[in-house]
Design a protein. Structure first.
Lengths: 282, 359
């Protein structure tokens, strides 16, 4: 069994600051991390390594420094790491990103056929949740988004059953391999790798692919050039005109009454909405 | 010179192809007999965009034949749609990417809308990504504002990025349709105009069940689940270190019971073993978007802030008047959460009691 995990190196959004004058992101000095949502995908893939001896290949697209994210992934126990890095990839939106990643995954598949591709639910810098489904569509993989549990996996029958988050409930789906899974958050907890993994991660030669090596046949579909969306403006949200309205009653009970008055007058439907919920479900 | 002439003429050709795309479309999400409210919110916004462009507004409805299709089409007309395209097929009973994407792509290729809006629900985001990739067009996720830039006749789609730290405005200039998913409860509900009618166009889904690889084995509604569903909850109360001892979280549970709310907490509470990780709100936990969020004893560090800023209304209770949570909460009560929480529970219980005069 062979599984491929797509990860992204992102700036730690908790430490992002916006330049007050230019309204641009100040990336300098901001530490980078593996996109937190991707850790759930990594752990789920590593569980398949535990259970089935699956080989886990981790792949990322980014600048040369994104090798740090890959090395970190290797310390968790991933077997191989591939960095897609090329100037033609720069400025890619989700469509161009899924094109590059899908090309590289197809390239991997030429020599090492794979059964599953994992992605995180979304990234914390883009929040689009579009790249995973984009890869699935391009490679004709069965698309399983917002998965929170792999119920069963039969490698001989080439079948997988998963539970996924659907609108208003949980859907159990059965599909055929190869499939692409985007993992929901909080579905598992990433392991600390072993000492062996840490040593191996430090020694392992990462595979570095440029566009040609990744099997990209049409560079015009990559990067800024291949991106149908264009960012016209980036700006800081207008600061809230006022801070929180302070509720100042002379007792806890008075505070409670005042805040509910304010709440229900600002949100007229809320009282009825709450009533309907609580009478439905006493 | 000739070198320059060539790309110019191919660009003109491309522009011509783009101009063939006309009209604004909104996907109407009808599941288990109910239309997701974001669909009507988008009909409202789509009407404005269509009027600005001087083009018709259409709804697209993919649903099984036993769904309330006629009522939904009538509602779509009443909310502002000129036309509704309907694809009714038993295959569409439960959402699956393949048949829904196939149906939508076929409709787009046949009727060529210039704009397609989809609710940023779990269904909408799954579907929109597949459709946009198939059409090789631009898709802007999770928008909070939509407008038309008349100079380029393109949609300006604004969305939060970096966890809400920044907003960016995105255009799709060289591909059609211009697609966007839009956050629920951001656009206002349009008026339901009784007697407003429109056109209905039936279309056939060109895929057979045998060609669909993925099968739905079961669907369990949320009310039958016992794990926290914070990311999808409308009402959430949460506590942090300011509540002191873990026993005090009972006060939070009492309030949650009265509101029918979900319970959440900050990372330190999970680390202290007070709640399981599925209750954690913030950067490394759940991002929430409830109608009401009550935060008790939570200081509001940036990691927490990015997880809760999508709430329609935040009420914060904290003993420290300088706590950062008061910078982004809508209502603040400075005081001891241990006395204010029971008072809130009592007050809500009385206000929500049946028979109490409402408005």
């Amino acid at each position: 069994m062979h599984v491929i995990v797509c990860i992204k190196q992102v700036p730690d959004s908790a430490q992002i600051r916006v330049h007050p004058v230019t309204n641009t992101i100040m990336r300098q000095g901001v530490p980078t991390i593996i996109n937190p949502y991707d850790l759930f995908a990594l752990e789920e893939a590593l569980k398949l390594k535990d259970r089935f001896g699956a080989k886990v290949t981790v792949i990322t697209m980014g600048p040369p420094m994104a090798d740090q994210a890959l090395r970190k992934a290797l310390t968790f126990g991933c077997d191989d790491a591939i960095l897609l890095s090329d100037r033609v990839f720069a400025g890619a939106d989700t469509l161009a990103t899924s094109y590059a990643l899908a090309s590289a995954i197809a390239k991997i598949g030429e020599t090492q056929p794979f059964d599953l591709v994992f992605c995180g639910k979304q990234t914390i810098d883009g929040d689009t949740a579009q790249v995973g489904p984009g890869i699935a569509k391009r490679l004709g993989l069965n698309q399983l988004t917002y998965v929170w549990k792999i119920e069963s996996l039969d490698i001989n029958a080439r079948e997988i059953v998963v539970q996924r988050r659907a609108e208003g409930g949980v859907q159990t789906l059965k599909t055929a391999l190869p499939a692409l899974i985007t993992m929901l958050e909080d579905t598992n907890e990433i392991r600390f790798g072993t000492m062996d993994d840490a040593f191996r991660a430090a020694r392992t030669e990462l595979t570095l692919w440029n566009a040609a090596a990744a099997g990209v046949t049409d560079p015009s579909k990559c990067g800024l050039k291949g991106s149908p969306t264009q960012v016209k403006k980036v700006f800081a949200p207008p600061p809230r005109a006022v801070k929180a309205t302070q509720i100042k009653g002379d007792s806890p009970a008075a505070n409670a009454e005042h805040v509910i008055d304010a709440l229900f007058s600002a949100h007229p439907g809320m009282q009825d909405d709450l009533r309907a919920r609580t009478t439905q479900n006493p | 010179m000739t070198e320059q002439a060539k790309p110019a003429s191919s660009r003109a050709k491309q522009d011509e192809a783009l101009l063939a795309y006309k009209g604004v479309w909104v996907s109407i999400e009808l599941e288990r007999g109910h239309v997701h409210p974001v669909s009507w919110e988008l009909i409202g916004k789509g009407r404005q965009l269509a009027d600005t462009l001087g083009v018709p507004l259409s709804g697209i409805l993919l649903a099984p034949p036993d769904a309330p299709i006629q009522e939904t089409v009538a509602d779509a007309h009443a909310y502002g749609a000129d036309t509704v395209y309907v694809m009714a097929d038993p295959i569409l009973a439960e959402y699956r990417t393949q048949p829904y994407a196939k149906g939508m792509v076929d409709l787009i290729k046949k009727y060529q809308p210039e704009i397609l809006l989809i609710g940023a629900t779990t269904l909408g985001r799954d579907l929109a990504s597949a459709v946009a990739t198939d059409m090789e067009t631009g898709l802007t996720a999770d928008c909070t504002e939509l407008d038309i830039d008349l100079s380029t006749r393109s949609m300006a789609a604004t969305r939060p990025t970096f966890g809400g730290t920044l907003l960016c405005t995105i255009h799709t200039l060289k591909a059609r349709p211009q697609m966007a998913t839009v956050r629920p409860r951001v656009m206002p509900m349009p008026e339901h105009q009784q007697g407003r009618t429109g056109e209905t166009i039936m279309a056939k889904l060109e895929i057979a069940e045998d060609d669909i690889i993925t099968k739905v084995l079961s669907f369990i509604p949320d009310r039958d689940q016992d794990t926290a569903q914070l990311a999808f909850a409308d009402y959430i109360v949460a506590g942090g270190r300011g509540l002191g001892k873990l026993e005090n979280f009972q006060l939070l549970r009492d309030l949650a019971d009265v509101l029918g709310a979900e319970i959440g907490c900050t990372r330190p509470i999970v680390q202290a073993g007070g709640m399981t990780i599925d209750h954690q709100i913030g950067q490394t936990g759940k991002t929430i978007r409830p109608k009401l969020y009550i935060a008790a004893g939570i200081s509001g560090a940036i990691q927490h802030r990015v997880g809760v800023e999508g709430a329609d209304c935040i009420i914060a209770i904290n003993a420290d008047p300088n706590a950062p949570i008061f910078d982004f909460a809508h209502y603040g009560i400075v005081g001891d959460a241990l006395t204010i929480l029971p008072a809130l529970t009592d007050a809500f219980r009385r206000r929500l009691a049946a028979g109490q005069a409402g408005r």
